[in-house]
Design a protein around this ligand. Structure first.
Ligand SMILES: [Zn+2]
Length: 323
C-alpha cells in the first residue's frame, strides 16, 4: 500500500503567524515556512490560511515522490486532544472559539490530524528532538511575554482531566502578591516573564517600563549595574521557587528553559539551578539537570510533526491496518 516516502506536516498556530513545515516522521524538516495567521479574523479565515499551507506542503511532498501520512497542529489555549478540538477561545485568536481543528482538516484532506496545546507541543519537541531527548520525565518552560510550559511524564504529555493542565506560568509563588490576568494572585508569570522583569527593573530605576527591554537588563547587569543585577537575582529566585515546587511534585530528570528570556545565557540557567537546589528536597534533586531549550522557534513545528507521527503509528498498530 505505502509507496515512496512518508512525510508529516507540522503546524504552529499563533495570533500573528502560522508556522508550517513538512518533515519526515522522525522530525527532520524538509521545508519550513510562515505566513500571517489572520488571528483576529473569523474562524473560517484562519482555516483558509491553514488549508492553503497544507495544499502547498502536499504539493512539495508529491514533488519529492512521497505522501503525507499525518498532520499535527499546536494552538494556544486548551485543546481537547481526543477530539482535536479547541476548548473555548484564546486572547490572540478571539474567534477561534471551539474550532474543530481535526474535523475541518480531515474533512478537507482525508489525512489524520492531531491537535494539542502549543506549549505541550513544544515540550514534546524538546523531549523527542531537543535538550530533553532521552529523559522520560521532563518539564519545559518558555519565558517570553508570558510564561508557558509543558510536562512530560514517562514519555507522555501530561494534559489533565479537562486538557487545562500544565499552566506553569500560573503557579503561585506569592499568595499576597501581584494580580494576574488569569484572575489569580502572585503567579510566576507576573514576576519572571519578560513583562514581569521589565516592571521590576523600571520600578527600581524609576523609569517608564515601555523604555526597557530584557536584553538591556542583562547587558547592564553584566556591566555591574546594581538595579539590573537585583532584577535578575529576583527573577532567578522566583523561578527557583516555582521550579523547586515542580521538582518536588514531579521529580523530573531534565528542566528545559526557552523563550526570549531563557536565551539569556548559561549563567542565568546556572543561577536558577542554584536556587532550585536551595529550595527543593534532596531525593528529587539527584541527577536533576537544567538546560537551555535547543529547538528555539522551530520547537512548535517539530513537536507537531513528532506528535502526529507518533500518534499515527500508534493508531496504526492499535487498529491493524488503517488506510
Ligand atoms: Zn495567573
Amino acid at each position: 500500500m505505502s509507496q515512496g516516502k512518508d512525510f508529516v506536516i507540522g503546524m504552529d498556530l499563533g495570533g500573528t503567524f502560522l508556522k508550517y513545515a513538512l518533515g519526515t516522521p522522525d522530525g527532520e524538516l524538509i521545508i519550513n515556512k510562515k505566513t500571517p495567521s489572520k488571528g483576529k479574523e473569523p474562524k473560517q479565515e484562519i482555516f483558509n490560511v491553514i488549508f492553503s499551507a497544507i495544499e502547498e506542503l502536499l504539493h512539495v511532498a508529491k514533488e519529492q515522490g512521497g505522501r503525507v501520512i499525518a498532520i499535527g497542529l499546536g494552538s494556544p489555549g486548551a485543546i481537547d486532544f481526543e477530539k482535536g478540538k479547541q476548548i473555548g477561545s484564546t486572547p490572540n485568536l478571539p474567534h477561534w472559539i471551539d474550532a474543530d481543528i481535526r474535523g475541518e482538516i480531515e474533512l478537507k484532506f482525508g489525512i489524520p490530524v492531531w491537535a494539542d496545546n502549543d506549549a505541550n507541543v513544544m515540550a514534546f519537541a524538546e523531549s523527542r528532538m531537543g535538550a530533553a531527548k532521552g529523559y522520560r520525565y521532563s518539564i519545559a518552560l518558555t519565558l517570553g511575554t508570558g510564561i508557558g510550559g509543558g510536562i512530560i511524564l514517562n514519555n507522555e504529555i501530561f494534559r489533565g482531566a479537562n486538557y487545562a493542565g500544565a499552566e506553569l506560568g500560573h503557579l503561585t509563588i506569592d499568595y499576597k502578591g501581584l494580580k494576574c490576568n488569569c484572575g489569580g494572585i502572585g503567579c510566576i508569570e507576573r514576576y519572571a516573564s519578560a513583562t514581569g522583569m521589565v516592571e521590576n527593573y523600571a520600578k527600581r530605576k524609576k523609569v517608564d517600563p515601555a523604555a526597557v527591554k530584557t536584553e538591556d537588563i542583562f547587558e547592564r547587569a553584566k556591566a555591574g549595574e546594581p538595579e539590573a543585577q537585583g532584577t535578575i537575582a529576583d527573577t532567578c529566585e522566583c523561578l527557583g521557587a516555582a521550579l523547586a515546587t515542580l521538582v518536588n511534585i514531579f521529580n523530573p530528570e531534565m528542566i528545559v528553559i526557552g523563550g526570549g528570556v531563557g536565551d539569556a545565557g548559561d549563567k542565568f540557567i546556572e543561577t536558577i539551578h542554584t536556587a532550585v537546589k536551595q529550595k527543593a528536597m534532596g531525593p528529587a534533586l539527584l541527577n536533576l539537570k537544567i538546560a537551555r531549550a535547543r529547538l528555539g522557534n522551530k520547537a512548535g513545528i517539530i513537536g507537531a510533526i513528532c506528535l502526529a507521527a507518533e500518534m499515527h503509528s500508534r493508531t496504526k498498530s492499535a487498529q491493524g491496518t488503517r488506510v
